[in-house]
Design a binder for this molecule. Structure first.
Ligand code: MTE
Ligand code: MO
Length: 251
């Protein structure tokens, strides 16, 4: 007697099994097609079908709440910074802009806007940061920037009531590009209102006179050409969130 028992299947049984497997396959396929269609008939919320958006929001909130964003992003020696910095997005960066008349508008509250010149900003303590700038498109570059820490700026202009709120909104002067940032991330010690790249004034296509550099977030949040800054307890509008991305886009 052999150790293993032999199993014999009749041809009839075999045919039945093949048929049953095929039926299961068709049923699953039909279900998948049905679910896919249903998903695409759903109303969109912030650029994504409702169900997908709620999964994305859940993931976003999970990472925003349960992972600390108080870590420091890795920094690099100046020699590691690339010379040819990639220019990526240009929404809100049209040529009609006149940098000579620019002032930063800080909306402290209804009817209470503070105007700050580039010279005033440059007079504040300067912070350098060399880090790996990451875009959600999949590229990254070690780049070098300098400016004033947002937290130093907020302290100098006594924005104490404002920084008690939950969010900061930033917009280009034409209001065509805009981002919302949670307060913890904007007050992070590596977040700067940036006016220099590679030791020189920001080039116009990199956001001259002032851009946001926020190493704990993906590139989409590093708004170039800041026009206004405002504060709120509700999430400010966010350009890429409205087009289907994660609101926090943290790293
Ligand atoms: N005003 C404005 N800021 C912007 C964008 C944009 O389209 N408009 N694109 C963002 C994206 S997706 C990235 S990756 C970075 C790219 O910055 P860079 O052009 O200096 O490399 O800018 C961000 N800031
Ligand atoms: Mo990006």
């Amino acid at each position: 007697m052999s150790y293993k028992e032999e199993i014999t299947i009749s041809e009839k049984q075999l045919r039945f099994k093949a048929f049953a497997t095929f039926v299961v396959f068709i049923v699953l396929l039909a279900l998948a097609v049905f679910a896919w269609k249903k998903l695409h008939q759903e109303p969109e919320v912030a650029g994504t079908p409702k169900t997908l958006r709620s999964v994305l929001n859940f993931n976003g909130d999970f990472f925003a709440n349960f992972l600390s964003n108080m870590h420091l992003a890795a920094t690099y020696p100046a020699a590691a910074a690339v010379k040819n910095v990639r220019v990526n997005g240009d929404v809100g960066m049209d040529n009609s802009f006149d940098p000579a008349t620019w002032k930063l508008r800080v909306i402290r509250g209804p009817g209470d806007t503070l105007l700050v010149s580039l010279d005033d900003i440059k007079a504040l303590p300067k912070t350098d940061i060399i880090f790996d700038f990451k875009c959600i498109e999949g590229w990254s570059q070690v780049t070098r920037w300098a400016g004033v820490k947002f937290s130093d700026f907020a302290a100098r202009y006594h924005l104490d009531d404002q920084t008690q709120m939950k969010y900061v909104g930033l917009m280009t002067p034409d209001e065509k590009y805009y981002v919302g940032i949670d307060m913890a991330s904007i007050l992070h010690p590596q977040t700067i209102l940036c006016y220099e790249m590679n030791g020189r004034p920001l080039p116009i296509n990199q956001g001259y006179p002032l851009r946001l550099i926020i190493p704990v977030k993906y590139g989409i949040k590093h708004l170039k050409r800041i026009g206004t800054i405002s504060f709120s307890n509700q999430r400010p509008p966010d350009y890429w969130y409205e087009r289907g991305y994660d609101y926090y886009s943290g790293l």
